[in-house]
Write a protein that binds this ligand. Structure first.
Ligand code: M6R
Length: 540
């Protein structure tokens, strides 16, 4: 059943939707914004609508066009000219069962072919192992899909040449390969994903090869402000990047939820670099935020995991994370690779701005190179994290706290726990707790504190004492061998010391992924497909 945008998840609201004759069937991802007016017109003209969905209007509108003598593709084009909003859809008519007509605007749609078999899907991982050739539809294009034959047209009927996309992912990358679920596989793939993301990008002179680069060093030198836009875990990676870019590149960085950014009046111009972060490259809020920034002449650099995704195609520059396909809904390896890709970007901006002595840069590059093996060591402690999860399993509420770059780690830990365990969790800057939320802390609460050794460790230690005094069970993320921190807590999640405080999130977030994972498994939840969530959110 599709992620519900209108009406409750029920049989009547499930796709496909049929027209009055029962000859047409249509599936749709996205939102038809003017559906209410269209629905009233349809009802007034005698159509019988059986669901609460926005989608159903489409199939009845096509029915009207076909009754006027149009073919399926022409009827769909005519209808799409009347609707506003976002869609990736596919429709069939019983008179020609070998033909599927598919179309997109904003929501992603890909086509695949393998000999006589043609396919339509929302993303490439769905076609891995089935398709040999992949094609991506652009906005306002439609595809006529028949066995072994694909034809793409613009809505005005003009032909679009088919251009196959290079896809390096293979089927194995999209299979569980002996792991109980994709989430644990993807957590274990993190060291390799980090190494792949760093490969070839760490030359001593700080050279960064942007994958699709329509920005010169001169362009980057002219930047006087950075604006980060993203959602969810990608936003948390962006919060880490704000520290890194401000510290190393000495550029002011603003950051906002993509869904908020596009509806306010941000101050941007041709000297603003907007960094849009999205593992999928298709999240509608981030895509639209990037488009709105481009309209205001800002340069847009996308950090994404999906080659040729909408954001990658539309941006001035692209930095790919090379995590491979991520199937689990909870972001893990894509989040970690985003952080290191953004670290590399921050170092590169510093380099083009002439802010490094070479020995300083080379120490940082060595630090980045050591991260994959340090993450490996952290994952090896999964059994200890599981034991901690068992001790916290009865808690009613979790608070994750941290300071500086520990704050986005806390946010990410809370988000992971909420998403897959359905436990109440909040992430806070540790110093903010005393301004209200601490009223909620009591016996039965668990406070997870990111307390690795950064310059703010002592402050975090005081915040831990405050929650301890109120009866909370305290779990700390602490550096191996740090007995002083361990003494403050009921449980310790050990991580190696990061080579630079700014790299600490790459290590510190791993035990929090594992904590969420083990708590969700203890509760019998499906960690890969949590309730109410979609891997890629293509509706506003
Ligand atoms: O594909 P994106 O990175 O743009 O997705 C953004 C969020 O939807 C995503 O990070 C979401 O919060 C994850 N489920 C987090 O685990």
């Amino acid at each position: 059943m599709r992620w519900a945008t209108h009406g409750k998840p029920s049989e009547a609201n499930a796709h496909p939707h049929l027209d009055c004759t029962g000859n047409l069937a249509l599936v749709h991802n996205g939102i038809i914004e003017n559906f209410s007016a269209l629905r009233n017109d349809l009802l007034a003209s005698g159509h019988e609508l059986r669901s609460d969905t926005d989608t159903e209007v489409l199939v009845h509108l096509i029915e009207d066009e076909i009754s006027q003598g149009l073919g399926l593709a022409e009827a769909l084009s005519a209808v799409l000219g009347r609707v506003t909003g976002a869609f990736a859809l596919a429709v069939v008519h019983s008179s020609d069962p070998d033909l599927v007509v598919a179309a997109r605007r904003v929501s992603p749609l890909v086509l695949g072919r393998n000999g006589d078999v043609s396919m339509v899907a929302s993303d490439i991982p769905a076609l891995l192992g089935h398709a040999k050739e992949f094609f991506v539809l652009d906005d306002d294009q439609l595809a006529l899909v028949r066995p072994g034959a694909l034809e793409v047209r613009n809505l005005d009927g003009s032909p679009v040449p088919l251009r196959p996309r290079a896809v390096e992912w293979d089927l194995e990358a999209a299979e569980r390969s002996g792991y109980p679920d994709f989430m644990s596989k993807e957590i274990h793939e993190q060291p390799q994903a980090l190494a792949d993301t760093l490969a070839g990008r760490l030359a001593e002179e700080g050279s960064l090869r942007l994958d699709e680069d329509r920005l010169s060093d001169e362009d980057l030198r002219s930047v006087d402000k950075v604006f980060v836009v993203a959602c969810g875990s990608s936003l948390h990676a962006g919060l880490v990047a704000k520290h890194a870019i401000e510290h190393w590149a000495r550029l002011p960085v603003e950051i906002d939820f993509a869904s908020e950014f596009r509806y306010r009046d941000p101050v941007l111009d041709g000297r603003t670099l907007v960094v849009a972060i999205s593992q999928s490259g298709e999240t509608i809020d981030t895509l639209q935020a990037a488009r709105s920034a481009a309209r205001q002449r800002a340069r847009v650099l996308t950090v994404t995991n999906v080659v040729d995704s909408s954001m990658a195609r539309e941006s001035d520059a692209v930095l790919y994370t090379r995590a491979g396909p991520e199937i689990g809904v909870a972001a893990t390896k894509t989040h970690l690779t985003q952080i290191v890709a953004l670290d590399v970007l921050a170092l590169y901006l510093a380099q083009v701005r002439g802010l490094f002595y070479s020995n300083e840069l080379s120490l940082l590059l060595d630090g980045l190179r050591s991260l994959p093996s340090l993450v490996e060591e952290t994952i090896e402690r999964s059994g200890e994290v599981q034991a901690t999860a068992e001790r916290c399993a009865e808690a009613g509420s979790f608070f994750f706290i941290g300071r500086h770059v520990g704050y986005p780690v806390a946010l990410e830990g809370a988000l992971k726990l909420k998403e897959i365990s359905y436990l109440h969790a909040e992430g806070y800057p540790a110093g903010e707790l005393k301004h209200g939320p601490i009223a909620l802390v009591q016996e039965g609460s668990v406070v997870v504190a990111v307390a690795t050794r950064t310059p703010l460790w002592e402050k975090v230690a005081s915040n831990i004492a405050e929650v301890s005094a109120r009866g909370a069970r305290v779990v700390v993320v602490a550096n191996e061998g740090d007995t002083e921190t361990a003494a403050l807590a009921d449980d310790v999640l050990w991580v190696p010391k990061a080579p630079s405080p700014l790299f600490a999130p790459v290590l510190d977030v791993v035990p929090l992924q594992l904590l969420a994972y083990h708590l969700a498994r203890l509760r019998g939840n499906d960690v890969d497909r949590p309730r109410n969530l979609a891997k890629t959110v293509t509706v506003e």
